[in-house]
Design a protein around this ligand. Structure first.
Ligand SMILES: [Zn+2]
Length: 113
């Protein structure tokens, strides 16, 4: 299990204990997390969290498929937007392709309905 160490007070603990505050830069690999002991922001490498984000991306793409299946195209587009945001971190080409293809699919389905 991944642990994070605070460089201010030396507290070390599971990454779940450190609350996510935000990104250091809008699309950079670093994020701020909050130390549970001294409440100071700790900078973490996003690579550690990549696995989690990949899991989320997988769940989100299932939501997209469900929404398309149900003909809820607005929801599908909204969830695709979330997937797009997640992929700003992951930078996976196949996800980009998936987003593009699904947008096209939605437009086609919408035009046909
Ligand atoms: Zn600390």
């Amino acid at each position: 299990m991944a642990t994070i160490a605070c460089d201010r007070c030396g507290f070390e603990g599971d990454k779940e204990l450190f609350r996510h505050i935000g990104n250091v830069m809008c699309c950079g690999p670093l994020v701020f997390k909050k130390c549970p002991k001294c409440n100071e922001p700790v900078i973490c490498d996003r690579q550690e969290m990549r696995g989690e984000i990949e899991d989320t991306a997988r769940q989100v793409s299932c939501q997209v498929e469900d929404a398309v299946e149900n003909g809820d195209f607005d929801l599908a587009k909204k969830v695709l937007g979330e997937l797009y945001q997640l992929n700003q971190t992951l930078n996976i080409d196949s996800i980009d392709d998936y987003i593009r293809q699904t947008r096209r699919r939605i437009n086609k389905l919408r035009a046909a309905s």
